[in-house]
Design a protein around this ligand. Sequence first.
Ligand code: NAG
Length: 332
Amino acid sequence: MDRMLSSSGLVCPSVRRVPPFLYILLGIFLFIVVVTTPRQTVDLSNAGKIGDDPRAKTWKPVVVPTFEPKVEPPKIEVVPETPVPKKAWDTLDGIGYAFEKINTKWTKTSPCDSVFEGIDIVPMANLHETKWTILPTCKEENIMVTLGIGHDTMAEEKLNITLPNTKFFGADPIIEPNRQLYTAFGKYFPFAIGKKPGFTKCRVLPNQNQKTRKYEFQDVTTIPFTYFLSDILGLKQIDIAWIDIEGGEFEFLDQLHRGGPMDKKGIVICQFNLEVHSKFHPPGAQVFHDFVFKVLDDKRYVFLKPAATDVGVHRMFFINLENEQCVRKFLQ
Ligand SMILES: *[C@@H]1O[C@H](CO)[C@@H](O)[C@H](O)[C@H]1NC(C)=O
């Protein structure tokens, strides 16, 4: 008790010695200081006078900072020791982004593939790649959709012969020769497939580049993925889909997930071949990664035959193990 009194006793007597009017004076002084000090805030009191200014019509009612820094920040010259190589994330040059190397680790899936030993996964060779197909176990009509024809319908023609009762629907923004090739066995649609309707730059193979197979970026009309399948084609079940659209796939891959737009429209895909082109859309590498993990999470599709065909280009074959009609038609 004694100690507490003495320690507080150091402060209290000195407080008592200050006459109260000094506090009042100090208060007034602080008030004056606060009121008269110029503030670094926006003065809106002139806002009403803007109308007097001839420029008023072009003025927007935005807050104009009244205090511009007068002193420019010192310029720091950065001299790179070696010239920084141009990272071609802008892939509109048609060359594509140079990923470091082909990632082949994940292509060693033979232990998993052996689960499907009893199922005949038939190759349908195109000029430039192989599409995989599980043939139906019944004689029903089949629906086949090609997104991205790419001047090459060899695989479709094989399928047309193997499964004569198949309806083919193909979309590609480059009309000739795709229209001519595809109408030999199916219905051709002259647009690109994407997420939103629009007019965007897409990587396409122009007719005059058939020999060189040099893809270019061109403005093309884009039709939404689910709108095409559901509203234009009126489909509920697509037995076989081949998707190879040179980077446009990242727009709608997530629509295939559980509870997504495809589910909401009640459209099912039983099996599909997908080619993924991060090379021509580098941010797509992340989209593809997320897609694969969500597919695993959903437990709707299994994917087989993964192939790394080029740096930043991947292929795989997806089988729907969930939908009863699909399972009955292709796996039982
Ligand atoms: C596709 O199949 C149909 C029916 O079997 C046949 O008439 C047609 O000639 C085929 N087309 C091609 C290009 O193979």
